[in-house]
Design a protein around this ligand. Structure first.
Ligand code: AMP
Length: 212
């Protein structure tokens, strides 16, 4: 099973991927996480990517396609969720050449909701839990008790830029997957639980069919 998660920054792709990973055992590939790991390890790619990520820009298509393919090839499973890719039509076309995707789930949410989420988002550097400052008493991971981080691109200026880029690209990407007949749109303005429930209804239909 191969699932792509699409949606604006803050739409809940990472949280949904973590839920699917826990319950269905799918691997979670986040292109943003791959880049952040490179930044943390100060690799050549990381140094180049940091400057772009900080200001909310995209990294070049060739770079991210190469990193994604390397990651897919390193997995020991054929069941995975790709989160944060594709972000351009060129990326979607590159991916289409190398694998057959089962579902493209597009999380729909308003800018107002995602901006509020991003400004309050905290992530755990250890277990990757994504949470919201509003739900916590302190800045400590509710799962593993590590001190939570604020992402370097979750500031107003970078958020504005990231949403602008998303708006420029998402329609052509959705049209591409609509034509392939694998696109499912999911309302994601409410809670993570609600988004997950809606997702499971879609996944289960195909999953149950495959098991018979
Ligand atoms: P994310 O964690 O998915 O929000 O990604 C964080 C940042 O990494 C993005 O704002 C981009 O700068 C960069 N990035 C992640 N995935 C991609 C991609 N598929 N194409 C280009 N840039 C990406």
């Amino acid at each position: 099973m191969k699932i792509i998660l699409l949606g604006a920054p803050g739409a809940g792709k990472g949280t949904l991927a973590q839920n699917l990973k826990t319950d269905y055992g799918y691997a979670h590939i986040s292109t943003g996480d791959i880049l952040r790991e490179n930044i943390a390890q100060k690799t050549k790619i990381g140094l180049q990517a940091k400057k772009l990520i900080e200001k909310g820009s995209l990294v070049p298509d060739e770079m991210i396609v190469k990193l994604l393919i390397e990651k897919i090839n390193s997995l020991k499973t054929d069941d995975y969720i790709i989160d944060g890719f594709p972000r351009t039509l060129a990326q979607a076309k590159s991916l289409d050449k190398i694998l057959k995707v089962d579902y493209v789930l597009s999380l729909k949410s308003s800018h107002e909701v995602v901006i509020d989420r991003l400004l309050n988002r905290l992530t755990c550097p250890n277990c990757k839990t994504i949470t919201n400052r509003k739900w916590l008493k302190d800045d400590v991971c509710p799962k593993c008790h590590t001190k939570l981080d604020l992402r370097l691109d979750d500031n107003e200026e970078a958020i504005r830029k990231r949403l602008e880029i998303y708006d420029e690209n998402f329609k052509t990407i959705l049209d591409f997957y609509k034509k392939l007949n694998i696109l499912y749109e999911i309302q994601a303005d409410e809670t993570p639980e609600k988004t997950y429930d809606l997702t499971k209804k879609i996944i289960r239909v195909k999953y149950d069919c495959q098991e018979k």
